[in-house]
Design a protein around this ligand. Sequence first.
Ligand code: NAD
Ligand code: DAU
Length: 351
Amino acid sequence: MKKILITGGAGFIGSHVVRHFVTKYPQYEIFNLDKLTYAGNLENVADVEHHSNYRFVKEDITDGDRMLQLFRSEQFDAVIHLAAESHVDRSIANPVDFILTNVAGTVNLLNAARAIWQHQPETHRFYHVSTDEVYGSLSFEDQPFTEATAYDPHSPYAASKAASDHFVRAFHDTHKLPVVISNCSNNYGPNQFPEKLIPLFINNIKHNKPLPVYGSGLNVRDWLYVEDHVAAIDAIFHKAKNGETYNIGGNNEWANINLIKRLIAIVDEKLGRSPGTSLSLITCVADRAGHDLRYAINASKLKSDLGWEPTVKFTEGFEKTVEWYLRNEQWLESVTSGAYQEYYRKMYEGR
Ligand code: NAD
Ligand code: DAU
């Protein structure tokens, strides 16, 4: 029996990780810890909450004493750490939350793991889920990021994730903490909070609202279907050597403007609108400050060491994603109105 702490399991990627581990590994006890910020929504994991190997606790990783208490009382065997402030635009407006959660919160978990695991570190695992944004920005001609690319973060979000990666490695080198890190490209799929490009634009197209394209629209991202990311996390969690780092990517680069036009074509078709109806919603707005031009990932190490590669073709993943958001109108409405937060606030205040 393994007891695994998954942090951030009510968020976008975390909820897919929780579902995967709860259902694929009934022998594991999955402990989902989440603060339920605006981005955390227990509806994302409602389908697994009655499984006997699943537990949820509402906790804040910035509370170091509480993390230590929890590690002491629960005796986790492993951690998969996803909890974070994750939106670049918010980090530009309010960087402090990013330092507190992404840097100090990660260090609190590392400290607690170190204190409780010190006598048999090799039987444990601390898996830190990170981002390709730590590597900075590529030109159109540059080769994709490898695990050897030097860190060069530009946004406050990327800087906070880079700092957290450095702390994870420092705890490995200084305290022999059994860590692994992965750095992944842009994910898309169901349950992503509609402040990020794809769900925001699907929702706006549906409601005939403007589609704010930052700057030239030529910035490039490498898109990966969220379940492929989860499969990579599973492989790394179970098979990677301590101290290793893996890049994860979709080998699927799109300039924003091309992706947006593709999105418009699919949504218009699914809503029965004539082709190109929603192109007029495209609205060029001021660029994001410090906007990284291009991200692209070389994931060949993960393929050669652990046999992982993306399995979901973009056309298929994109269609599925659009269909999910159009079908799950109530989910979109509750997260855009904030209704789910009010519901959980009352539920937890009553305890
Ligand atoms: P998200 O914003 O959807 O979810 C983050 C979750 O963390 C939420 O449930 C939130 O409530 C929780 N959380 C935030 N602060 C917390 C705190 N102080 N204590 C406890 N819980 C807290 O994020 P996501 O897009 O699912 O990203 C998950 C992780 O994956 C992050 O670490 C992110 O950096 C990384 N990542 C994301 C992407 C992507 O494309 N979304 C790509 C690569 C890596
Ligand atoms: O690369 C991995 C990262 O991908 C993750 O670590 C982050 O958590 C995740 O948010 C994502 O960061 P991006 O900044 O790339 O994602 P976002 O969806 O915010 O933006 C994607 C691109 O679209 C980017 O070039 C900015 C642009 N954009 C975004 C929004 C929200 C627009 O043009 N208009 C918009 O309204």
